[in-house]
Design a protein around this ligand. Sequence first.
Ligand SMILES: [Zn+2]
Length: 366
Amino acid sequence: MTVERKITDLEALISDLSPEDRALADRIFDVSATTGRLDPPEAMRAWIEKSFGSVDQVTAQRIVKVTNRITFEGTLFNELRASRPLDTGVSLDLDREIAATEGDPFCHPKQGTPADVFGRVEGEHATTASNVAKYDGFHGVIVFDDHNPLHLTPEKVAGYVSVGLQWGRKALETDPEARYPFLMWNCLWRAGGSIIHGHAQVTATRGSHYPKVERLRRNASSYKQEYGSDYFGDLARVHESLGLSIPLEGVHGFASLTPKKEKELVVIGDDPEDPSLSRAVGALLQGYVSDLGVRAFNVAFYMPPLGPTQEDWTDFPTVVYIVDRGDPANRTSDMGAMELYAASVVASDPFAVARALTGSPHGLVL
Ligand SMILES: [Zn+2]
């Protein structure tokens, strides 16, 4: 029987890599482990055993800190939290709550939502609207034909993304300075979505890209200058060598070693227009919902600008992030001061996430 890989064994897993892969992993990631200890009173022991399985597991807890040296993204994994099985519970109440809002304005977008100044983009699975209270000068909504935001297929997701990209080109035609597109998806309340009906959002910004996208471009560009190598290719290779990649057609996908929050996946493709990229995102989201029981999630597309710019975007691919935001029934936010200002604290083991999506009984349907 092979021993399942665990995030808390990351240091050992890296030292077992081939010399080249190990050098690459060490170049990008700083990994360290520590043990947190405590001394519980007798009166707490029964409760600890019931909640965590054994007192020993709690009195000495292994914590692994992973920091990306290039981007300074970082995550703390606690063995006690990470050893719990992935929560794949499904709530019938949620299905009822979603069904109860059918007939909302997004069910009739032409009457219930404003159009953009350049009109609407209509696709096979979605229609765009203009966002009423805007994040930026151009801010659209991709209103899905499906009311239920969890009824996803790779086909439909490819349709949503295609409509969003066409919207970006329309915005650029209207204002040639609005070169920088951003596509995002906040599914249900915990992910920041206020409307239940399935929808994603698109913006187009001017002057320079959003700071987090621009920072990643600069980090990757410095990496190339220093090592003469492509950051995104190397990042995917490190995840693959450790067994964290998820096989997808035409793109790289992996469970991140520095997730922002639970079960974060990263997909890297060359061109946002490439349908294999959006289909892969759709397949992963389908696996998220059907195999991992995820209900609230965020998706973000980092894309190069649509027109010429002063800064160099030559080597910048399309990077898609997918993250689970937790159980809609839970009142406690998944993000606190640690996540906002220090480092993310994450319970889901990326190795378990990659295994669950790769060995899914449904299989990743591409
Ligand atoms: Zn609706």
